[in-house]
Design a protein around this ligand. Structure first.
Ligand code: PBG
Ligand code: ZN
Length: 322
């Protein structure tokens, strides 16, 4: 049957009808909000180009979490900016590293907030690479050992879920077995499974964590943005190695990957709406900004995302509540 019997516009006639047939929506529960912790005291500095996202010293973290909770956000993704960097990223897996301290503090004060920790070494190495460099090359297995050590130290500090972001081979397997051996078999892993080497992380490095690479790039481990099939392979491997949640990153330009991943594997899937995407959206004209954010978050869900990691989350949650 077709026109004139079929008229698609009948179900778009007014808002009530449109809402009735609406297929996708998002809610506050879907959001994970990134939080950046730094050493020092009394620091709450807005990160450049990232409106209303801050560097927080430990004495300012609880107030921020309190505000997030009031807005309805109860899941954070924690990033740390260390005091000292070295070639082995030592502070990443130190018991008194900035993330470990922050986790203990937050978990000590809030029992209804899920603390997820980003696990990588690039914030902690002086060269900005995600692990150990030998002959200008990021070596895999030795780096995975340190990454796995980092994940364990986060969990020992109280992290509720670890999110390994380095895209090294075998990192999920290594983390899973080290957590299991240490009695943390109930701690889930959210794997940055299909993470592309993207221009859109630049602001995060430059201003978010201050960890831009000092030489080379990350193309020997992060994915080529031209590839789709390879992403599905990466995801399949992470699932096999024990990932509980898979992630596609960045989000906006990679919704084909989200759709394919969800269709093929049907396991919980997160998208990371990264810093460059945030910048793009924040730079559209003011009167379009809010509607665009809603369109964008809905598009993530329509493509198949269950969770959305976004720097917009606080603002969206606040506005939805009002
Ligand atoms: C790695 C990490 C990165 C981002 C989150 N975790 C950068 C990278 O691995 O290249 C980027 C996030 C953003 O741009 O918002 N620890
Ligand atoms: Zn990294």
């Amino acid at each position: 049957m077709a026109y004139p019997v079929v008229r698609m516009r009948r179900l778009r006639k007014n808002q009530i009808v449109r809402n009735m047939v609406r297929e996708n929506s998002f809610n506050i529960e879907n959001f994970i909000y990134p939080v950046f912790v730094v050493h020092g005291n009394g620091i709450r500095n807005e990160i450049p180009n990232m409106n209303d996202n801050y560097h927080l010293s430990l004495d300012k973290v609880e107030k921020e979490i309190e505000e997030l909770r009031l807005a309805g956000i109860n899941k954070i993704l924690l990033f740390g900016v260390p005091e000292k960097k070295d070639s082995l990223g030592t502070e990443a897996y130190s018991e008194n590293g900035i993330v470990q301290q922050a986790v203990r503090k937050i978990k000590g004060s809030f029992n209804d907030v899920m603390v997820i920790t980003d696990v990588c070494l690039c914030e902690y190495t002086q060269h900005g690479h995600c692990g150990i460099i030998k002959n200008d090359y990021l070596v895999n297995d030795e780096s995975v050992e340190l990454i796995s050590k980092t994940a364990l130290s986060h969990v020992e500090a109280g992290s509720d879920m670890v999110a390994p972001s380095a895209m090294l081979d075998g990192q999920i397997k290594a983390i899973r077995s080290s957590l299991d051996e240490s009695g943390f078999s109930d701690i889930p892993i959210m794997a940055y499974s299909a993470k592309y080497a993207s221009t859109l992380y630049a602001n995060f490095f430059k201003y978010g964590t201050g960890s831009s690479v000092q030489f080379g790039d990350k193309k020997t481990h992060q994915m080529d943005f031209a590839n789709g099939n390879e992403a599905l392979r990466e995801i399949a491997l992470d699932i096999e190695e024990g990932a509980d949640i898979i992630m596609v990153k960045p989000a906006m330009m990679y919704l084909d990957i989200v759709y394919r991943a969800k269709s093929e594997f049907n396991i919980p899937l997160a998208v990371y709406n990264v810093s460059g995407e945030f910048e793009m959206v924040e730079n559209i004209s003011r009167d379009l900004r809010w509607d665009l954010k809603i369109e964008l978050m809905t598009a993530f869900k329509r493509a198949g995302a269950d969770m959305i990691i976004s720097y917009h989350a606080k603002e969206i949650a606040r506005n939805l509540k009002n």
